[in-house]
Design a binder for this molecule. Structure first.
Ligand code: 3LM
Length: 398
């Protein structure tokens, strides 16, 4: 489909990337194949040499993955996209395609735990310098930019404190210093329905499609979205040679299916989260609610400016100590204690001991992740039922 730019978001999430199939199946078939037949030896050689379009081998491309790549490019308003086996596969394929020994990455001080581990424990082993900075104040970024800086990397809202970073201001600052700096934004918490970093000046978007993009808690997957030039590099080097983190055709099928309802799921996640955040905000057992949609939250104004709505993620700190908090949460009946996010089920987890256990105690402090922080991925249930579940356990703490 080549008129995608003129179509609305809902239409694109359903129709973009449609590929023709011989039987006329409404839902694209699953191309469950590792390799593709060449008509001749010459044709195979021409495809390897890039002289002829066409599939070669599923680590390099496959129609099932191509369909969802076109969808993600259309939804994020990028030229092209690359499907990967996981969010970490997307992040590592993009980063290994961007830096080499001696280069520097400036990264936000609050990141998903494994992204932090990749940067802090992984890439530094191979001669890449990584500095973690608080990017709420753009001046902090400006002070750290240097001729060695090749990548500026951040999430917004950040996992797990929901810190909101000003994408346009950060991208402008990086590009004013050096237009070649690649600004990479992890858009997992917002999804392209709520926020599109490329439209705000970022160069690359990465996603854990395990979350809202798929939305049903049954897939691990990721995407990189950017210019065609960078995506070609990620595909033919970052993915093909460095990580090998290839999405499976079946997961591509599930993502195409999940994407059909992305907008309506996000609207419900946001509406539910708002009600739950307001309830928690007013509950006497709760010390603080971290939700960008609350007017007294630090990131409210920037979130309002760059997001369509405030998302389905929040964190809370309770007044009780860690043991009492855990004992109370263990009594939740409807909400599930689990990591991951963006699913139909409301999921509750403890970042310090789970998603962010890759941080040391000092690193947690630096990132503003307190020992007692509890993260909630608000699901699609009736919000009254989720509120009643929280009320029944929180009331025991007052
Ligand atoms: C989590 N997060 O519960 P995968 N970027 C962001 C993420 O939140 C994640 C990734 C990338 C969680 C996973 S913890 C073991 C479970 C902002 C994942 C990585 O590789 O698809 O898991 O995405 O916060």
């Amino acid at each position: 489909m080549n008129t995608e730019k003129n179509l609305g978001f809902a239409t694109r999430q359903i129709h973009a990337g449609k590929i023709a199939n011989a039987a006329g199946a409404l839902c694209a078939p699953i191309y469950q194949t590792s390799t593709f037949a060449f008509e001749t030896v010459e044709q195979g050689g021409a495809r390897f040499a890039g002289q002829e379009e066409g599939y070669i081998y599923s680590r390099l491309g496959n129609p099932s993955m191509a369909q969802v790549e076109l969808k993600l490019a259309a939804l994020e308003n990028g030229e092209a996209a690359l499907a990967t086996a996981s969010g970490m596969g997307a992040i590592s394929s993009a980063l290994w395609s961007s830096v080499e020994a001696g280069d520097e990455i400036l990264a936000s001080d609050t990141l998903y735990g494994c992204t932090f581990a990749l940067l802090n424990h992984g890439m530094t082993k191979f001669g890449v310098d990584v500095k973690f900075i608080d990017m709420v104040d753009v001046e902090n970024l400006k002070k750290c930019l240097s001729p060695k800086t090749k990548v500026v990397y951040f999430e917004t809202p950040c996992n797990p404190t929901l810190k909101v970073l000003d994408i346009q201001a950060l991208a402008n600052a990086a590009h004013a210093y050096n237009p070649e700096i690649r600004v990479i934004v992890d858009n997992t918490f917002a999804s392209p329905y709520l926020q599109r970093p490329l439209e705000l000046g970022a160069d690359v978007v990465v996603h854990s499609a395990t979350k809202y993009i798929n939305g049903h808690g049954d897939v691990i997957a990721g995407f990189v979205i950017s210019t065609k030039e960078f995506i070609d590099k990620c595909r033919m080097f970052g993915l093909k040679d460095m990580t090998g983190a290839v999405m499976s055709p079946f997961n591509a099928f599930l993502i195409a299916r999940g994407l059909k309802t992305l907008d309506i799921r996000m609207e419900r996640h946001c509406a539910n989260a708002h009600k739950i955040a307001e309830f928690l905000h007013d509950h006497p057992a709760v010390a603080k609610v971290y939700y960008p949609g609350l007017e007294d939250f630090e990131g409210y104004e920037v979130a309002k400016k760059q997001m369509k709505d405030f998302g389905g993620m929040m964190s809370i700190e309770l007044k009780a100590d860690r043991a009492a908090t855990a004992a109370a949460l263990n009594k939740l009946q409807l909400c599930t204690i689990a990591v991951s996010l963006g699913d139909a089920e409301t999921l509750v987890e403890h970042p310090a001991s789970m998603t962010h256990s890759t941080y040391t105690a000092d690193e947690l402090k630096m990132a503003g992740i307190s020992e007692g922080l509890v993260r909630i991925s608000v699901g699609l249930e009736d919000p009254e039922d989720v509120i009643a579940d929280f009320k029944s356990v929180l009331d025991t703490l007052v």
